[in-house]
Design a protein around this ligand. Structure first.
Ligand code: FAD
Length: 450
């Protein structure tokens, strides 16, 4: 006998909100509850000055910092087909925007993009502590804590959608001698703004977007000298004066850093931009993903449905290394909602077929070695999911915009955010805003005046 689904969504960041939004767009809301440990929606996009623990003494979720501007053009990974930036702001706005404007846009879609009040389906200040599958009863047991009421409850669900984010639990390697370093040592998760580095020499460890952005932020806000170092080969980016790349660290000797090429440098600050762990401690072990972030995490059909150890009723959204972001989450959410409600145009496959498909994607994911290859993989994934769910294929037009953006970054890190892109949906070319390196006001009010 088929039972009516009761669906649990964990997290009200962009991924979880896309699930609620896509359910709403299908007509009647099913029986769905979203648990969010923060006091409001938005996930990473809720800036907090806190580090370590939040106001409920829970692990502080957000890794956002002051003066963070989007690292890719909004026309490539942020713009929703049914809620354009022009619609939201009432005019065309620059391609790169401060975090305050991203949050404003997302909230605009969640509040005004659909007729249903999505907030009614979210329980804020509520932490999911534990999820296990009860094989006999064929349901998930979800233990939640309401932090404000100090109340623990057990709830039962037919489906669980994990949208808890993957950029919150730092990956922090040990380096020889770092324990004797006398200056400030932090992970990018706890970085809240670069003004504190004014006049200092900053060592940044890591080779991805966070490392590159914090290097740029540091020099923009007055650091004396910034050294970037990572284990893998350099991306050969052109940096403004004051930023240099060096081979990886051999060891620390007091406040002196010894690099593998034999060079040395005294530094004041060490920032680990060494990424994050995909850490979902609230799931019983067989439901968890590997902690290593990956372009295509193992065991997920269509990049979302846990097939290997699951009962095909637990989903993940937003767990791939990200290049596409909001549009990928939204497309995945549309697939998941239709799958749960039995509205996918094509019938779900047998377990064997699904596993075969998963193995192929995993193998393709393992071949990815750089952002261009990841872009290609995720464009193919989006193509596949949108074919299955009926989500608009227009999102695939983002591919060339990403390629252009990657080239701008290689040409000049200081100016790549000064370029303008055309909206896929309105075809309007974005106006130029203040040059990024001279923009010292990240407020929504100033952005709206652009
Ligand atoms: P999150 O935004 O992390 O939201 C997850 C939610 O789950 C949170 O609200 C959290 O409180 C909640 N949660 C977690 N655990 C529990 C629990 N146990 N119980 C209840 N609730 C829980 N993307 C871009 O597109 N452009 C950018 O410029 C960009 N810049 C970024 C800069 C930084 C520093 C970082 C870290 C990420 C950036 N990203 C960017 C990527 C960002 O991850 C995505 O934009 C997006 O926020 C991911 O959405 P999400 O909903 O999957 O996860």
């Amino acid at each position: 006998m088929k039972t009516t689904p009761r669906i649990c969504v964990i997290g009200a960041g962009p991924s979880g909100m896309s699930v609620l939004y896509q359910f709403a767009e299908m007509g009647n809301m099913p029986n769905v509850v979203c648990y969010e440990k923060q006091k409001t929606w938005g996930g990473i996009w809720n800036f907090t000055w806190r580090t370590g623990l939040d106001e409920n003494n829970e692990h502080c979720h957000s890794s956002l910092y002051k003066d963070l501007w989007t690292n890719a053009p909004k026309e490539a990974n942020l713009e929703f087909p049914d809620y354009t930036f022009e619609k939201h702001f009432g005019k065309a706005v620059p391609s790169f925007m401060p975090a305050s404007a991203v949050k404003d846009y997302l909230e605009g879609r969640w509040k005004n993009g659909t007729k249903i009040d999505l907030s009614k389906y979210i329980q804020f200040n509520t932490v999911v502590r534990y999820v296990r599958y009860d094989v006999d009863k064929e349901h998930y047991v979800v233990v939640v804590d309401n932090c404000k009421e100090n109340e623990t409850r057990e709830e039962f669900f037919s489906h669980v959608i994990v949208c808890a984010g993957i950029f919150n639990f730092p990956n922090q390697p040990e380096l020889p001698g770092i324990d004797k370093f006398q200056g400030r040592v932090l992970h990018s998760h706890n970085f809240r703004g670069a003004t504190e580095f004014k006049g200092q020499t900053v060592l940044i460890i890591g080779g991805s977007f966070s490392a590159e952005d914090i290097a740029l932020q540091s020099i923009k806000f007055g650091a004396k000298h910034v050294i970037l170092t990572c284990r893998h080969e350099s991306h050969h980016l052109r940096w403004p004066e004051g930023v240099e790349e060096r081979p990886f660290v051999d060891k620390f000797d007091g406040n002196k850093v010894c690099f593998l090429d034999g060079s040395e440098m005294l530094v004041d600050v060490v920032v680990f931009c060494t990424g994050y762990r995909t850490h979902f401690p609230f799931l019983e072990s067989k439901l968890r993903l590997s902690e290593d972030t990956a372009p295509y995490p193992s065991g997920l059909y269509k990049g979302t449905l846990l097939v290997e150890h699951g009962d095909c009723k637990l989903f993940y959204i937003g767990v791939q290394n990200q290049i596409y972001s909001m549009t990928l989450f939204d497309c995945l959410a549309s697939w998941v909602c239709k799958y749960i409600l039995g509205k996918l145009p094509d019938e779900p496959k047998s377990m064997d077929e699904m596993l075969k498909d998963v193995r192929k994607w995993e193998a393709d994911g393992q071949k990815v070695t750089n952002p261009i290859e990841m872009l290609k993989l995720h464009t193919t994934l989006l193509d596949d999911i949108s074919t299955s769910s009926g989500y608009t294929k227009d999102i695939l037009k983002a591919g060339p915009r990403f390629m252009e953006w990657l080239q701008h970054r290689t040409d000049d890190m200081a100016t790549f955010r000064d370029h303008s892109f055309r909206s896929i949906y309105t075809n309007t070319l974005a106006p130029t805003g203040s040059p990024f390196m001279q923009a010292f006001d990240d407020s929504l009010e100033t952005f709206k005046k652009c």
